[in-house]
Design a protein around this ligand. Sequence first.
Ligand SMILES: *Cc1c(COP(=O)(O)O)cnc(C)c1O
Length: 376
Amino acid sequence: MASSTYRCWVEVSTGQIVANYTAIQALAGPGVDVMPVVKADAYRHGAAVVSLALEAAGARWLAVSNVEEGVGLRLAGVECPVMVMGGFFPCEREALATHRLTPLVHSMAQLRDYDRFAGERGAALPVHLDVDSGMGRLGTSESAEAVAEGIRGLRHARLDGLSTHLASSGDYTSTQTEEQIAKFAAVREALRAAGVEPKWLHLSSTVPVTHARREAWGNLVRPGLAVYGYPGLCQGEAPACEVAVKPALKWKTRVLEVKDLPVGHRVGYNALFCAQRPTRMAVIALGYADGLPHALSNRGRVIVAGEWAPVIGAVSMDLTAIDITGCPPVAPGGEVTVLGSEGGLRQDAEDLARAAGTISYAILCGIGRRVKHVYI
Ligand SMILES: *Cc1c(COP(=O)(O)O)cnc(C)c1O
């Protein structure tokens, strides 16, 4: 296999990503389009390969965060509409238009400006408008009347959609999601009364999709994490997850060296580990520069020959030491599983995130640039 020469790599199953997308689209039903989110290099699964696979599987939209990511998809050959969700600067308007990217605009002033720009270009450029229904970050918080007036004043740009982003969608102990849905509905009603009816309405990222909060679906949903196989974490009395998605990425590295440590032997920076008993140690070929969180120093574990091997000492930039005393014999070059299953054991990004005190998103997006990608 091609991976045999790599010291640290991820194996990405595009088939599993497509299966996840297909399952999500089946749950959403014919009246709701699924727009897979492929920002941050498709959560490090590889934006170009993943996007082309999703498009070939029928995805009618894709979403990225910034203009550069959108341009990257076009250069890779993606043809479907691509939404740029995370804001843009005036100097990026030209690239949006040239590459047929659909920006989410986040204020009425930006909408007016983009309308002027569309006029200068002589093109009916499509935009979606983001409403701040409670996220409190980007998105317009002007009154529905002001929003309606602004939209009616458009001369060149074409408002195709209205969106909002939910701040606490996984937290079923909070009423924030209902409040946000109600606020969004009120804006939409006021627009309708003013004769403005955007074609696309979208509010939901992973959790409201996987846990079927249908009142938050509109006619377009924006799942990211679920496409990569994670249904999202919930607090409180969440309804059941209604879609079976599975992780599509395995993260592997190799043993560089095996050593038997006598009692008292210290390992790594600041001697965070000192052998209390004879210990068989392996040094593996990944560190925090590859995305293994430094917070896993003396915490967390990987899988070696079908057994757990705890991290010992400090995770360093390029290397990590693990305790393989309880593992079957392993030689330099042997494979180590950071994310994935091996034997009867399994570790996913949620597990690793919990050990590191972070979130699965940060584990996936944090997989380093020098980690190779193998598509299976
Ligand atoms: C990242 C993002 C999403 C996808 O979020 P997931 O939790 O990964 O599903 C959806 N919408 C917006 C605006 C985003 O920024």
